[in-house]
Design a protein. Structure first.
Length: 554
């Protein structure tokens, strides 16, 4: 039956003259010990200060009194064993605390060394699971969800076929207990699972079911051929089954191109002849095989990746694969876009013209260059390769926070719905929500990009001479004129004289004029390509790391 009346929750500390009151709409209790009823979960609300104080008291292990229909009940709290969340909306706050599993105690590890003296000593790490109690919150009567949650937390192997027997056996033996739940609105179950050391009691339940025939492993015929009698480590396992494993892997993962059994296509050989005519050398067999495989991937309209060391010829391989794919599709010319680091743009242009017959390349720096380059391609009969540095491709206008500070609400408001913007605060295992501060908007990220209430983007383009509530401080980010003093105490600000000087200038003259250097309105080249050149190009993207390089062909 769904309850409608809220429960009054009280906490009293007579020694320190503290008295707190809140009202709960959800409560879960473990009454396995009538002398000491334990609080497992609770959700309550009220004024922000008492709610925060009540959550601190419960989290610290303080006992609370709950006025229920049958009378007042004293509940004992688990000291610092709750996951805590607090949300606030104006003058109302809501807190929820749910018990954490005992499994948060770090598992002990011990090393086991193989006793076989003929093999190299193998170190195998075994996880020793301590005795613990796990709590599960799931929809009312949903055994499937309960079984899935148990499977994630225990170390014994479980399959869906075990579900009905396993849950019934655990309940019958008292290992899995249903806890008392009271809620005004939501209907859900809370279960407590007591696990012995290394989950031995759970393993015993499965062993008993297998012996009595109540459960069985699908595909098992009950016969033991003794294949694993001599297996005592990884080395002996690979020695016994390594060949069959390798054959299965070989049969499952077929290469795109097998040079031992297939010939290179005429299109790849044509490009190779052109390279020899312009440079005096041909591609190596491995390079040609890679180009052939990439060509087939491009023709499937799927991305491909080349992973190779510096100097392996990835530029020529990628260009060869693109041109050969277009020839195989019967195209007389094609328009291609290459995105790469800025220091190799001219290298790409040079190697393209050495590799691809009847083609030309150029470095593109802005939208105007792109439009002119494409017009030249359309007017001619040669394939074109537009080379763009990744820095120029993503270069666009600077964005600044569009939120404004409301003095009366003492919060930053969304520019569209005018609701306060909130952020998450993590304090150890506790997590609660509060109004976002100015430091929340220092730099744009996924958390502060859009309003969670209306979906409006909370950042807008910024011009260099435009003056707003926010001031851009180099690479540090945006600071609010009213709260700029908060940044002066930060460690990275104290260490940097240049940064400390810039922030101090804003702090001393908050109404001054501060120009955002580098802020200008410019449409990103990558966005223009995505919107206006769809279906007109094939793209190659090169990304470089210190120790390796990768090339993507799209």
């Amino acid at each position: 039956m769904v309850k409608t009346k809220l429960l009054k929750v009280s906490y009293r500390d007579t020694a320190n003259a503290i008295s707190l009151t809140a009202y709960a709409d959800t409560l879960a209790i473990d009454v396995s010990n009538p002398e000491k009823k334990v609080l497992i979960a609770i959700r309550f609300g009220g004024d922000p200060e008492p709610v925060r104080a009540m959550s601190d008291a419960i989290y610290g292990g303080g006992d609370i009194d709950v006025e229920m229909k049958a009378g007042t009940v004293r509940l004992s709290a688990l000291t610092k064993q709750y996951k805590r969340q607090i949300s606030k909306d104006g003058v109302y706050a809501e807190a929820s605390l749910t018990a954490l599993d005992d499994a948060d105690v770090s598992a002990k590890k011990k090393k086991k060394v193989s006793s076989n003296e003929q093999e190299t000593h193998e170190e195998q790490t075994e996880i020793e699971l301590p005795p613990r109690t796990c709590y599960f919150f799931c929809p009312q009567g949903d055994d499937e969800r309960l079984f899935e949650d148990i499977d994630r937390k225990v170390g014994v192997p479980l399959i869906p076929e075990f579900r009905e027997y396993f849950l019934d056996a655990l309940r019958g033996k008292g290992i899995l207990r249903h806890l008392n739940v009271w809620s005004c609105h939501d209907k859900f179950d809370v279960w407590a699972l007591r696990c012995a050391k290394d989950d031995k009691n759970l393993a015993d339940v499965l062993d008993e079911g297998l012996k009595k025939g109540k459960i069985h492993i699908p595909g098992a015929d009950g016969k033991d051929d003794g294949a694993f009698d001599s297996i005592d480590g990884v080395t002996s396992y690979l020695r016994e089954f390594g060949v069959s494993m390798a054959n299965k892997i070989k049969a499952r993962f077929n290469p795109l191109f097998d040079p031992a059994s297939e010939k290179l296509s005429d299109e790849i050989m044509l490009v190779n002849k052109n390279i020899f005519a312009h440079t005096g050398y041909s591609l190596y067999d491995a390079q040609l095989a890679c180009a052939e495989a990439l060509k087939r991937k491009v023709m499937q309209r799927q991305p491909a990746v080349i992973v190779a060391e510096c100097g392996s010829g990835k530029t020529k391989i990628g260009a060869t694969a693109l041109y050969a794919a277009h020839l195989a599709e019967g195209k007389s010319k094609s328009f291609n876009i290459v995105m790469c680091p800025s220091h190799v743009t001219h290298k790409w242009v040079r190697e393209i013209e050495e590799t691809i017959p009847g083609s030309f390349g150029g470095v593109i720096r802005n939208i105007t260059d792109m439009q002119r380059f494409y017009a030249i391609y359309k007017a001619g009969n040669r394939s074109a390769f537009a080379v763009i540095s990744k820095e120029k491709a993503r270069d666009g206008y600077m964005k600044a926070p569009a939120v404004r500070f409301h003095k009366r609400k003492h919060a930053f408001l969304c520019p569209r719905c005018y609701k306060p913007v909130e952020m998450d605060i993590v304090d150890g295992p506790s997590k609660y929500r509060t109004y976002a501060d100015s430091e929340y908007f220092m730099n744009e990220n996924s958390k502060n990009h859009k309003c969670e209430h209306c979906g409006e983007v909370m950042w807008s383009p910024l011009e260099a001479h435009e003056q707003t509530e926010w001031v851009k401080i180099g690479d540090y980010g945006f600071v609010h004129r009213k709260f700029v003093y908060r940044h002066l105490g930060k460690r990275n600000v104290r260490k940097s004289a240049k940064l400390r000087k810039a922030i101090s200038e804003v702090s001393e003259n908050p109404d001054g004029v501060f120009i955002a250097r580098g802020a200008y309105r410019a449409f990103p080249l990558s966005t223009y390509i995505r919107r206006h050149m769809k279906g007109k190009k094939t793209a190659v993207r090169e990304t470089r790391w210190r120790r390796s390089r990768r090339r993507r062909i799209r």
